[in-house]
Design a protein around this ligand. Structure first.
Ligand code: DGY
Length: 328
């Protein structure tokens, strides 16, 4: 039986790992470090492999693909987003790219709600105050934030995750606006109104970002766009840091152009501890944990293993980003 060599760039949930370790035709090499493998080591480790199991922390570009060699069949990413992968360079070389759509939708939508409610109700600020011994009395003016119930929420990108957020928000009696290239039929079920970006920014109390990072969406939310928002508004981002011009956001939060931000994603990741964003009292930043629920991470790990196994064995990937490779 021919064996296929694969490299896994980090220890991942056991369910996914076991699928590979128990496969008789797969030879597994795994980076055991807590942090991503350093670039030079990664370039060394990929040499001669048939399949790569990677995370969004690795840059998969032409240099890496060339270092791997022409036998590389599949790059299987444990994430739905793949802006870290040069897909065109993979396609040119006939390398399949797999991802994990669908299985982290609900977890990411939950985290979006957590950030929306957490920022609105100043949860972290209030909890930190308790720990610091600052809870001296019931404060009639303390920790007051905007109402989520009955507010207007603008969803930027009504794909799977945007829609899951919309469904949750229906219970909050909000007015839902969304902006995407075209109106979608699914919007009717959640009673969301398709508007242009200018209207969405101007009318929303909360703007939540759910579009992928592409050349078109890079810095879509820039200084000018932030100025279009209400000064009382909150910006939530659980998509990719690059969709927002972070320097402009810092300035906007500092100057009161908008009121608050809740961010699961930043530029870069991790964000350096001395970044001014972390000094702002009106920014809540968490470390890219949108998909960090038990079932989402288990499913992501097994789906990534399925894509990897299929690619190595010359079978169709269950979830392929560049199916045009099959046509070539
Ligand atoms: C993804 O899958 O793209 C997420 O950002 C990981 O949490």
């Amino acid at each position: 039986m021919a064996t296929h060599n694969v490299f896994i760039t980090r220890r991942v949930p056991q369910k996914g790992l076991d699928m590979l370790l128990n496969a008789p035709d797969i030879e597994v090499d795994i980076w055991e470090g807590d942090l991503p493998p350093p670039r030079d080591l990664l370039l060394e480790k990929v040499q001669g492999i048939d399949g790569l199991y990677c995370l969004l922390t690795e840059k998969i570009d032409a240099e890496l693909l060339d270092a791997a060699g022409p036998q590389l069949k599949v790059v299987s990413q444990m994430a739905v987003g793949y802006d870290n992968i040069d897909v065109a360079a993979c396609t040119e070389r006939g390398i399949l790219v797999g991802n994990t759509p669908g299985v982290l939708t609900e977890a990411t939508a939950d985290l979006t709600l957590a950030l929306l409610l957490g920022t609105a109700r100043r949860i972290v600020t209030a909890a930190e105050a308790v720990k610091a011994g600052k809870w001296q009395t019931w404060e009639p003016m303390g920790y007051i934030g905007p109402d989520v119930y009955g507010s207007t929420v603008g969803i930027l990108g009504l794909g799977r995750i945007g829609l899951a957020v919309a469904k949750r928000l229906r219970g909050f009696n909000v007015k839902l606006l969304y902006y995407s290239r075209q109106p979608t039929i699914e919007a009717e079920a959640v009673d969301a109104e398709w508007v242009d970006l200018d209207t969405l920014l101007a009318d929303s109390d909360f703007v939540t970002i759910h579009c992928p990072l592409t050349p078109e969406t890079k810095h879509l939310i820039n200084a000018e766009r932030l100025r279009q928002m209400k000064s009382t508004a909150t910006l939530i981002n659980t998509a990719r840091g690059g969709v927002v011009d972070q320097d402009a956001l810092i300035e906007a939060l500092r100057e009161g152009v908008i009121a608050y931000a809740g961010l699961d994603v930043t530029t870069p990741e991790p964000i350096p501890v001395d970044n001014p964003l972390l000094d702002l009292p009106n920014a809540l930043v968490v470390p890219h944990i949108g998909s960090a629920s038990i079932s989402a991470r288990n499913k992501m790990a097994t789906m990534t293993a399925e894509n990897l196994l299929a690619g190595c064995r010359g079978e169709r990937l269950p979830n392929c980003v560049n199916p045009q490779v099959y046509e070539e």
